[in-house]
Ligand binder design. Structure first.
Ligand SMILES: [Fe+2]
Length: 377
């Protein structure tokens, strides 16, 4: 399809054949979706642009050729967006009925412990006791703490992949994804094109924003700890929701109402799903937090909604990145960290040297099931 482009004061207007309206693309959007090597990883297509430091983006100078729209910014940096990308987001935008989009205000659950500083932590559990088939005592305590806090640390000393499998069986079963069942996490990009397989710092995020049913739980068994760095970082997404609901209701509603697409791309794979940062269940109760700026897929919003969304999304990122609310968990070989991927954002400090974890995903409903069976709630 061919389409024409008009440069406006706010960015570009895209005119697609068959549509009366044009699709507006802001300067901010163009800079945030730079497809050059500086803007996104050429293999994983994960975002390299630091969205949250862009601020107000000044108009740039636009050059259009057959395949690319190139924008040169006043600071002499350049962003490149393919015509193919612009056409696909414009087509989706023009086919959307924006008046039909409801504003949502989820109800916060009351049976959980919110934590917005590292001093409120669940007790640690002995992994051997948790795995003991002769007693459900430690299992029951662990299920209760994991359900209420959204994460749990279990200390052990057995360096065996079978431990990870036995741990999963105590809670449910390992969920298979394109990463396999039980996967190895080490600084090696050869198997999967994802930043998690490197040694760089990972900002707090949730996994599976590209999956309609994102993994409910994720766990890591430490087989080898990095000599320096590599602690897991956890942030309570529900505590952020609670704070925003009270202090910044417009931000809260925006994050609960705007569906954000996520994507995962590697050769032969293109996964995509979308939901708001704060997703509520059918009864209106907050059920899931989703946030992954690395994997956020391109999408357009009407200009006034785009501004509101980016302000809210940046605010969420700012709160999630605040060191004061982060829990840093250092694992030694044999330890397990498990967290609720629908609630706790996770990240990682950069590290030096070898580090070997095995990990897997579990289903949220299996934890809920254990809770009903063992705790009656
Ligand atoms: Fe992750």
């Amino acid at each position: 399809m061919t389409f024409s482009i008009t440069v406006t004061g706010n960015g570009l207007d895209l005119h697609l054949p068959g549509f009366d309206q044009s699709a507006p693309i802001s300067w901010h959007w163009l800079r945030d979706h730079d497809e050059s090597e500086a803007g996104q990883d050429p293999d994983t297509k994960q975002r390299r642009v630091d969205t949250f430091s862009l601020g107000d983006v000044e108009p740039g100078t636009v050059t259009v050729d057959d395949g690319w729209v190139t924008v040169t910014w006043p600071d002499a940096t350049v962003a490149m967006c393919s015509r193919q990308l612009l056409e696909s987001v414009a087509e989706e935008f023009l086919a959307t009925d924006w008046s039909a989009r409801p504003e949502l205000k989820p109800i916060l659950p009351t049976d959980i412990v919110l934590w917005s500083d590292p001093t409120t932590r669940p007790d640690e559990i002995d992994l051997g006791a948790f795995l003991d088939p002769a007693s459900d005592e430690a299992l029951t305590l662990g299920v209760d703490l994991l359900s209420r806090y959204g994460y749990l640390v279990l200390r052990g000393d057995v360096l065996d992949r079978g431990t990870a499998e036995a741990f999963a069986r105590r809670l449910g079963y390992i969920r298979h994804t394109i990463f396999g069942g039980l996967w190895d996490l080490a600084p090696d990009l050869s198997e999967h094109a994802d930043t998690a397989y490197t040694s760089v710092h990972l900002a707090p995020h949730t996994d599976g924003t590209y999956s309609h049913d994102a993994p409910g739980l994720q766990f890591f068994l430490c087989l080898a700890a990095a000599p320096e760095g590599g602690e897991s970082l956890l942030v309570d997404g529900f505590a952020i929701a609670a704070e925003l609901e009270t202090a910044e209701p417009e931000t809260f509603v925006t994050l609960a109402s705007v569906p954000v697409p996520g994507r995962y791309i590697e050769p032969g794979v293109h996964l995509r799903a979308e939901r708001p940062v704060f997703r509520s269940n059918a009864r209106g109760v907050l059920d899931q937090v989703s946030f992954n700026n690395y994997d956020r897929a391109p999408f357009l919003l009407p200009p006034e909604q785009e501004l509101r969304f980016h302000r809210a999304y940046r605010r969420f990122a700012e709160l999630a990145a605040a060191p004061a609310r982060r829990v840093a968990v250092g694992l030694t070989p044999g330890d397990i960290l498990i967290f609720d991927n629908w609630r706790s954002l996770h990240g990682r400090n950069a590290f030096v040297g070898p580090r070997h974890y095995v990990g897997a995903y579990l289903n949220h409903e299996d934890l809920e099931s254990k809770r009903r069976v063992l705790l009656g709630s």
